[in-house]
Design a protein around this ligand. Structure first.
Ligand SMILES: [Zn+2]
Length: 173
């Protein structure tokens, strides 16, 4: 059995399940015929520890090809890695909170836009009504001016008639 790297690695991780075969041409392949990839684990148990695994390992029913290619992280490295991971978790929590606020703002913004649109529509309707009212007021003002003019003419005629009548009456005596 030739599992990936097991002959040249220390015994601390050669016992890991591997299912990665290295062919005579040097190409390593897993059970699902993929070339396994080297990645770095960022778990609390293995912070920053390199491994080789199949690209399909995280999908349900995926390939189980996996092998550590680095020794376990030393105590100091573990401590640093865990601290960094905790800080990263805190940052991610903050980011999530900010994203939640952002989502709420987006929803509020959308609602505000809808209100603005409704107000604009209502405003346009009021403007149209005002224009129509202005036309009516203008027509009524014209009519009022016409009646006022007739009134002045009638008053003038009345004064002339009265003056003529008074003149005739005073002339008799
Ligand atoms: Zn695979």
């Amino acid at each position: 059995m030739s599992s990936y790297g097991s002959s040249s690695r220390s015994s601390s991780y050669s016992s890991q399940r591997s299912n990665i075969r290295t062919y005579p041409n040097g190409v390593a392949k897993c059970g699902c015929d993929q070339v396994p990839q080297v990645r770095t684990a960022w778990t609390k148990k293995n912070p920053g520890r390199k491994f080789i695994g199949c690209v399909n390992r995280n999908i349900p029913g995926g390939c189980d090809a996996f092998d550590w290619i680095e020794d376990e992280v030393c105590d100091k490295g573990m401590q640093i890695g865990r601290t960094l991971l905790t800080r990263l978790d805190e940052k991610e929590e903050k980011l999530k909170a900010i994203q939640a606020v952002n989502d709420t703002l987006k929803v509020n913004n959308k609602k505000m836009h809808e209100v603005i649109q409704k107000l604009t529509t209502s405003n346009n309707a009021l403007l149209t009504k005002k224009q129509s009212d202005d036309v009516q007021i203008h027509a009524l003002q014209n009519e009022l001016y016409k009646y006022k003019s007739i009134g002045w003419i009638l008053k003038f005629v009345f004064i002339v008639v009265c003056a003529t009548w008074m003149y005739k009456v005073t002339k008799k005596y």
